[in-house]
Design a protein around this ligand. Structure first.
Ligand SMILES: [Zn+2]
Ligand SMILES: [Zn+2]
Length: 370
């Protein structure tokens, strides 16, 4: 595919902190010093999937003031540490079996830019909180029958990045390499049918914030996923077909790579898989009907002028179109669609009621109000 090159335009520090959540979670006193995440830090371009530099809109992402909340007590399991580097936006709690991770599923970086195969979804905060939080087993066990992501696990997440963003199979649900066919942004992510942002590749850029030698994600079987070096900084040793290997102490871990399978190429550890996905796992909540592929569209800009409001720009032929959208106080989202001739149309969607019977039919996404 002939991908128009986004040449070195001005690179603005376009980061944001989406602290606005449809379902706020409680705040507790902090036992830790504030997390050291500087949203103005750009990851080195070497870890971006595409070699091009990001073209960022002139609007800078706003950094919202953040409440001080607990990220865990002193007895936190060791695997909580890399997630805590992304607190308080990402929160952790645990019991004897699992680490639970709460997030709104939105990263602290630009999204969507570079996508050329787009289904008109946009990133919206997701309610990965309470009993819809992510969970990672604290005592992973090697499975008698590991599951390959080449022919299974096409639905749902297979791992969770330490910034609280889910990671899906590198192959999309038609078995295609999502990155190679233009479905992913520079960070290896895009949005699903519920406007849920997720990666299909390893978020290698998280290494810097997570800390040297620390995992950048955990597979849902509990085994950690490291970046482009071993935890001790040495080059990555030979990997198996799942992008993993055993260390000298007999522990298993995965690595992110810049080629297929990019992330864990399956699950070496014990999990329950139902209908092609790890079960249970949190659900994204669609607010509107899923979009259709928009042939020829190329996403060129994304910005968050302030917390809880976003703007996505795309090119369709010679026409530049924009979508402005914002969360309102009642949890609804108002979209404004602007075409290249200055025509605009608005739609507002409300969140669906939560906590329905798991076995019942999923409630239908709301229709636009106007
Ligand atoms: Zn996807
Ligand atoms: Zn390794």
């Amino acid at each position: 595919m002939n991908r128009p090159c986004l040449l070195a335009l001005v690179v603005a520090s376009a980061f944001f902190a989406a602290d606005v959540q449809a379902h706020p979670i409680g705040s507790e006193p902090d036992e830790h010093s504030p997390a050291g995440y500087d949203f103005s830090v750009r990851p080195p371009t070497a870890v971006l999937l595409r070699g091009s530099q990001l073209r960022a809109d002139a609007v800078l992402f706003a950094q919202a003031p953040r409440p001080v909340v607990s990220v865990g007590a002193k007895s936190a399991p060791a695997i909580a540490t890399p997630f805590q580097a992304f607190g308080p936006k990402v929160k952790t709690r645990w019991d004897e079996r699992f680490l639970y991770i709460e997030s709104d599923g939105l990263p602290a970086h630009n999204m969507m830019v570079g996508i050329t195969a787009w289904q008109q979804q946009v990133p919206l905060p997701q309610p990965y909180t309470g009993n819809n939080a992510w969970r990672i087993p604290l005592q992973p066990r090697v499975a008698a029958q590991p599951i390959s992501a080449r022919n299974n696990l096409f639905r749902g997440a297979i791992a969770l990045a330490v910034n609280g963003v889910p990671i899906f199979n590198a192959l999309n649900n038609r078995g295609e390499d999502a990155f190679k066919i233009g479905e992913l942004d520079e960070w290896g992510g895009h949005c699903g049918r519920a406007d849920d942002y997720h990666y299909h590749a390893a978020p290698l850029h998280l290494q810097e914030t997570a800390g040297k030698g620390r995992p950048i994600a955990f597979a849902l079987d509990g085994f950690p996923l490291y970046g482009l070096t071993e935890p001790d900084g040495t080059p990555v040793a030979k990997l198996d077909e799942f992008n993993g290997h055993f260390d000298k102490n007999g522990g298993y871990h995965y690595h992110g790579t810049k080629t297929y399978p990019y992330v864990n190429g399956g699950l070496r550890g014990e999990v329950t898989v139902r209908d092609g996905q790890v079960d249970p796992q949190p659900r994204a909540e669609p607010m509107r009907e899923a979009g259709q592929p928009l042939r020829g569209a190329r996403i060129t800009g994304f910005a968050s002028p302030q917390a809880g409001s976003w703007s996505l720009t795309y090119q369709l032929g010679t026409e530049t179109r924009r979508i402005h959208y914002a969360l309102k106080g009642d949890g609804s989202v108002r979209f404004e669609f602007l075409d290249g001739r200055g025509q605009s149309r608005t739609e507002t969607y409300s969140p669906r009621p939560r906590g329905g019977d798991k076995k019942g039919p999923p409630p239908r996404p709301g229709k636009p109000k106007n």
